[in-house]
Design a protein around this ligand. Structure first.
Ligand code: CTP
Ligand code: MG
Length: 232
C-alpha cells in the first residue's frame, strides 16, 4: 500500500476575512497554518508522496510558508475555482506518483494527528474503499426559515464529517472524473463516493481536528499553540 496525500490549499478564505490574505498562510504558533498541516503528514511514517494544491497567485506565499520543512517528497499543483476542482487536480498528480491509496485533507485543518491517520490507514489496509473520519453531532439541530424555527432535527445517527477522507485511489479518481463532467457542487469527497455508489466506512474523528473557517478560529488556534509552548 502506498498512501499518497493530497492537501488542498487553493481556497481564498473569504469567511476568515481575505483582507489579511488566505487563511492557510496566516501564522499560528509562529508558523503558517499550511506548515503545521504539512508537518503532520511529513512526520507520519506511513505517508507516501504528498501533493499540495495551491492557488496560482500563492506560489511565493507557499515557498515562504514551508521554508525549513523537508520538501523532498512534496510537489505542488495548481488548484481550481472550487474545492472539487482542486481535489481533482491533486488526485491526478498523486496518481502519477504511483500511489495506490489517497488521503484528501483540508490545508485549513492543521491539528490532524497521527492517531487519527493510523485509524484511517487501518481501515484502508482492511480493504475499505472509502473511509470518513467523523464525530457524532452533539448540538440539537434546528431548521430555520426567515428567522423562525420550522423544524427540530433529531441528532440520532448524525455525524459531522472531517478530513482526511481517504480512498482507494483508482476508485475516487474515477468517481471524481465522472463527477466533474456532471456536477460542480460537491463540498467533500465522500459525497462523491456516495454519489458513485461506493460504500463509505466511518472511523472516529478527532475533536482537535477542527477546520479553521472564520477569523475567530485562527485567533483561537494561535492562542492554543502559544499556550502550549509556555513552560508550566
Ligand atoms: N480549497 C481549495 N480550492 C478551492 C476552494 C477551497 O483548495 N477552490 C481548499 C481550501 O484552501 C481549504 C479547503 O479546501 O483548505 C476547505 O475549504 P474552505 O474551508 O471552504 O476554505 P476556503 O474556500 O478558502 O474558504 P471560504 O469558503 O471561506 O472562502
Ligand atoms: Mg470554501
Amino acid at each position: 500500500m502506498n498512501i499518497g496525500i493530497v492537501i488542498v490549499a487553493a481556497g481564498r478564505g473569504e469567511r476568515a476575512g481575505s483582507a489579511e490574505g488566505p487563511k492557510q498562510y496566516r501564522r499560528i504558533g509562529g508558523s503558517a497554518v499550511i506548515a503545521h498541516t504539512l508537518k503532520a503528514f511529513l512526520d507520519w511514517s506511513k505517508a507516501g508522496p504528498i501533493v499540495v494544491v495551491i492557488h496560482p497567485d500563492d506560489k511565493l506565499l507557499f515557498e515562504a510558508a514551508v521554508s525549513g520543512l523537508a520538501m523532498e517528497r512534496v510537489t505542488t499543483v495548481t488548484g481550481g475555482a472550487t474545492r472539487q476542482q482542486s481535489v481533482l487536480a491533486g488526485l491526478q498528480a498523486v496518481a502519477a506518483l504511483e500511489a495506490t491509496h489517497v488521503m484528501i485533507h483540508d490545508g485549513a485543518r492543521p491539528f490532524v494527528d497521527r492517531a487519527l491517520l493510523d485509524r484511517i490507514a487501518a481501515r484502508l489496509e482492511a480493504g475499505d474503499d472509502a473511509v470518513l473520519p467523523a464525530l457524532p453531532v452533539t448540538d440539537t439541530l434546528k431548521r430555520v426559515t426567515e428567522g423562525r424555527v420550522v423544524e427540530t432535527i433529531s441528532r440520532e445517527g448524525l455525524y459531522a464529517a472531517q478530513t482526511p477522507q481517504s480512498f482507494r485511489l483508482a476508485t475516487i479518481l474515477a468517481a471524481h472524473e465522472r463527477a466533474a463532467a456532471q456536477r460542480s457542487d460537491f463540498t467533500d469527497d465522500c459525497s462523491i463516493a456516495e454519489w458513485a455508489g461506493v460504500p463509505v466506512a466511518i472511523v472516529e474523528g478527532s475533536p482537535e481536528n477542527v477546520k479553521l473557517t472564520v477569523r475567530r478560529d485562527i485567533i483561537m488556534a494561535d492562542e492554543r499553540l502559544s499556550a502550549a509552548a509556555l513552560p508550566d
